[in-house]
Design a protein. Structure first.
Length: 457
C-alpha cells in the first residue's frame, strides 16, 4: 500500500502526544501505518525519548528499522541509550542492511557493540557487520553494504536465473548483478537483457560485461562520490587487495555522505570547530563557535594595534578612517572568493594541488583585472570628494589594488598547500583568510598612506 506523504506540523504532534497519553495504541497504529518511515522518524524527533520509544514498540520490525535509519544521529543515539541490547538487535538490526546496521552500531561504545552483536540471530549478518566495523568509516569499506546479487561466471542461464531468484528474496533493491570467478574475484556485470536473449546453454562468462568500474576497500569516500558522479552509476562494487568482491556502495549511501560532507565544509568555512545542528545544546553550540570567535577577537585587537602605530597619520588625514572598513572588507571578500573556488576545485578533482604555480598565475591575471577596475572607480570617487592634492585619493586606490592582489593569491595559495599537506582545505575559507587579510590589508593601507604623505608633503 502506498504511504501518504505527511507534513509533520504542530497539530499532528499534539494529536500523537494525546494518543500516547491516552495509551490509545490501536488508533496510533492506524495513524503510523499511513506514514512513510522518513515522516515517522521526523515525528519521533519532535517527541520526547519516552514517547518515541512508545511509538517504536507499535511498529513492526521492518518499519522500525527503516525509521531508525532515517533519524538524526544524535536523536537516534538518545533513543537507543535506554533500550536493551537484545531489543536493539532483534527489533532493529536484524531487519537492516549491513551498511545501515554498521552506521548505528559504530556510534555505540565497545561494550554495547558486543552485546548487540551477540543477540543478532543471523550469524552470517553478524559476521558481515563485524568485518565492516574493521574498516575506517571514511573509506569505501566503511560505507559499503554486503547485500548484492552475485553469480558465477561458469553458470548456465537456467542455473543463473535460479540462483538470482534465491538471492533476491532477501533484498529490497537490486542495482546490478555481479559476476565472480571460483575465487570470488570480480569479473564483470551480468546484463539482465542477456538472460532473455541468450540461449539457455550459454555460460555467464560468455555474455557478461567485462567493462566494470570498481573501487578498493581503502578508497576514500570522497573519491567514491566522485566515481559515482563521474560515471553516472547507481552503485559501485568494492573489492579487496586481491580483487575479491566484498560489497557495494549504492547511490543513496553516497547522497547521504555528500550531504554530510557539504554540511561539514560549509560549517568549517563559517568558522565552526565541529559539526552542530540547530537543536544541539547551548553548551555544544558555544564550544563549536567560540574558537574562531576568539581568534577573530585576537585579529581585531592586532588590527587596532597596527592602527595605533599610525594615529598621527590618521589624525592628519581623518578621511583615512572612513575607508578602513572598505580595505578590510574587500580583502576578506576577495580572499574568501579565491579560496572557495580552489576548495571546490580540489573537492571535485577539477584542480590538482600539484599545479600550484599555474593556478596562482591564473588567479593573478583575474586579480589584476578586478584590482584595476575597483581601484579606478574608488580613485574617481575620491578625486571628486578630496581633490587631486590629497594623499587619500591615491593611497586608498593603491592600497585597494595591492590588497586585492594579495588576498587573491593568499586565498589560492593556502588551500592548495593545505591539500598538499593532507589537511582539509575547507578550513582555509572564511575566518582564517578574512583575519589574515585584515591584518595584512591594514599594514598595506597605512604603509602606503605614510609613503604617499611623505611624497606629497
Amino acid at each position: 500500500m502506498a504511504k501518504e506523504q505527511n507534513v509533520i506540523d504542530a497539530e499532528l504532534i499534539r494529536e500523537v502526544e494525546s494518543l500516547i497519553e491516552a495509551q490509545n495504541s490501536e488508533e496510533l497504529k492506524m495513524t503510523l501505518a499511513e506514514m512513510h518511515p522518513a515522516d515517522i522518524a521526523e515525528l519521533a524527533e519532535e517527541l520526547s525519548a519516552d514517547e518515541a520509544r512508545y511509538i517504536y514498540r507499535l511498529l513492526d520490525n521492518e518499519t522500525a528499522a527503516d525509521v531508525l535509519v532515517e533519524m538524526d544521529d544524535d536523536e537516534r543515539n538518545e533513543l537507543l541509550e535506554n533500550i536493551p541490547s537484545e531489543t536493539i538487535a532483534r527489533k532493529f538490526i536484524d531487519s537492516m542492511d549491513t551498511d545501515d546496521a554498521v552506521d548505528i552500531i559504530r556510534d555505540m561504545d565497545e561494550e554495547k557493540q558486543e552485546e548487540v552483536l551477540s543477540h543478532i540471530e543471523d550469524i552470517e549478518q553478524a559476521g558481515d557487520i563485524v568485518d565492516l566495523l574493521k574498516y575506517d568509516e571514511d573509506t569505501a569499506g566503511g560505507l559499503m553494504g554486503t547485500e548484492m546479487v552475485v553469480v558465477n561466471e561458469n553458470w548456465s542461464m537456467p542455473e543463473c536465473l535460479r540462483e538470482m531468484r534465491l538471492q533476491a528474496e532477501d533484498m529490497d533493491d537490486i542495482y546490478y548483478v555481479y559476476v565472480v570467478d571460483d575465487e570470488e574475484r570480480l569479473q564483470g556485470l551480468f546484463p539482465l537483457k542477456k538472460m532473455i536473449t541468450s540461449p539457455s546453454v550459454s555460460k555467464v562468462k560468455h555474455v557478461m560485461d567485462k567493462d566494470i568500474i570498481s573501487c578498493h576497500v581503502d578508497t576514500p569516500v570522497d573519491e567514491v562520490v566522485q566515481l559515482i558522479e563521474k560515471y553516472n552509476l547507481v552503485a559501485v562494487p568494492v573489492v579487496d587487495s586481491i580483487g575479491r568482491l566484498v560489497g557495494q556502495i549504492t547511490v543513496d549511501d553516497v547522497i547521504d555522505e555528500l550531504r554530510e560532507q557539504t554540511e561539514h565544509d560549509y560549517q568549517q568555512a563559517a568558522g565552526l570547530a565541529q559539526d552542530i545542528e540547530t537543536d544541539d545544546s547551548v553548551w555544544k553550540q558555544m564550544r563549536a563557535r567560540v574558537p574562531w570567535l576568539l581568534l577573530g577577537m585576537v585579529g581585531g585587537i592586532l588590527v587596532s594595534v597596527i592602527l595605533g602605530f599610525f594615529d598621527d597619520t590618521i589624525a592628519k588625514y581623518p578621511a583615512l578612517a572612513i575607508f578602513i572598513p572598505l580595505i578590510g572588507g574587500m580583502g576578506g571578500n576577495v580572499g574568501t572568493q579565491s579560496s572557495a573556488i580552489v576548495v571546490q576545485g580540489l573537492a571535485n578533482n577539477s584542480l590538482d594541488s600539484g599545479n600550484l604555480f599555474r593556478q596562482l598565475l591564473k588567479e593573478l591575471m583575474v586579480a589584476l583585472i578586478n584590482a584595476c577596475v575597483i581601484s579606478l572607480l574608488v580613485f574617481i570617487y575620491n578625486f571628486f570628494c578630496y581633490g587631486g592634492q590629497s594623499p587619500v585619493a591615491y593611497s586608498v586606490s593603491i592600497s585597494l589594488f595591492a590588497v586585492i592582489i594579495f588576498a587573491s593569491l593568499f586565498g589560492t595559495f593556502v588551500p592548495m598547500v593545505l591539500d598538499k599537506l593532507k589537511i582539509d582545505p575547507a578550513i582555509a575559507t572564511g575566518p582564517f583568510v578574512t583575519i589574515t587579510n585584515d591584518l595584512v590589508g591594514m599594514l598595506i593601507y597605512m604603509g602606503i598612506t605614510v609613503l604617499m604623505s611623505q611624497a606629497m608633503g
